[in-house]
Design a protein around this ligand. Structure first.
Ligand SMILES: [Zn+2]
Length: 248
């Protein structure tokens, strides 16, 4: 069985270390689910698993260097090299959502710091900022729709969102030099209303590096599930080095 969860995940010990949004800490999901199902469970990180699915089977297929960025309630990323996600030393790599893009007077993030990318440019943040700008309480998708339709307030919020996302993605690009950046998560459903201005804003900031291909995710909300299955298959083929020795 493949199970993927958010937050800090120790894939080797199969423990969900920490999730700010859910509130759990050090949950040994591998053991717990092995015991209840009689199957051998591979535990992974939801966005890294989605990144692997997009890199192998989705919008990044054919490239060996894919950065997947999920923009939804929060913002998270996964960097996949030759089909394998970079795991980090402590189970928490590619935390693009917590890269600071606004100085210390920015809004407080769920992580406790100020001005993180996800505190200003996630779908939740777009909806909140639209409200703060005097708009009514609507979801981010509606803010984008209004911006495209020419509403000035929504346009201002959306243009600023794109600028902030470009700042965050340029930082990732500077460090990782990916061949393809795949944009997924709920906000990616904005399609060209996101990707076209985002591409332009990144080009303005590019300087000396090569602009990666910037594409929309192909697997939608199935990416995490497919990634969980790929993780289980990979572990199965590797003989489940961690955990129980029986594979199903
Ligand atoms: Zn943060």
């Amino acid at each position: 069985m493949g199970l993927v969860v958010p937050g800090v995940v120790d894939e080797v010990r199969r423990i969900a270390g920490y999730s700010a949004n859910i509130g759990w800490q050090d949950v040994p999901f591998g053991e717990l689910i092995d015991a209840r199902t009689g199957l051998t469970t591979a535990l992974g990180h939801d966005v890294r698993a989605g990144a692997v699915a997009e890199a192998r089977l989705g919008a990044g297929a054919g490239s060996d260097n894919v950065l997947f960025v999920a923009i939804g309630t929060g913002i998270a990323a996964g960097h996949v090299l030759s089909g394998v996600p970079y795991p980090g030393a402590h189970g928490a790599p590619s935390e693009l959502g917590h890269v600071q893009v606004v100085c210390t007077d920015g809004p407080r993030c769920g992580c406790g710091r100020y001005g993180c990318l996800e505190a200003v440019a996630s779908a939740a943040a777009v909806a909140r900022r639209y409200g703060e700008a005097g708009g009514d309480r609507v979801a981010a998708a509606e803010v984008v729709r209004r911006a495209v339709a020419g509403e000035e307030r929504a346009g201002r919020v959306w243009r600023r969102t794109v600028e902030l996302l470009a700042d965050g993605l340029i930082t990732a690009m500077r460090l990782l030099d990916p061949e393809v950046i795949v944009i997924g998560g709920g906000l990616a459903e904005a399609g060209a209303a996101l990707l076209d201005p985002l591409h332009a804003a990144m080009m303005e900031r590019l300087a000396f590096q090569t602009m990666p291909r910037l594409v929309a995710a192909a697997l939608g909300d199935q990416a995490g599930c497919i990634g969980a299955a790929l993780l289980a298959l990979d572990r199965f083929h590797a003989g489940f080095a961690a955990g129980s020795t029986t594979g199903h």
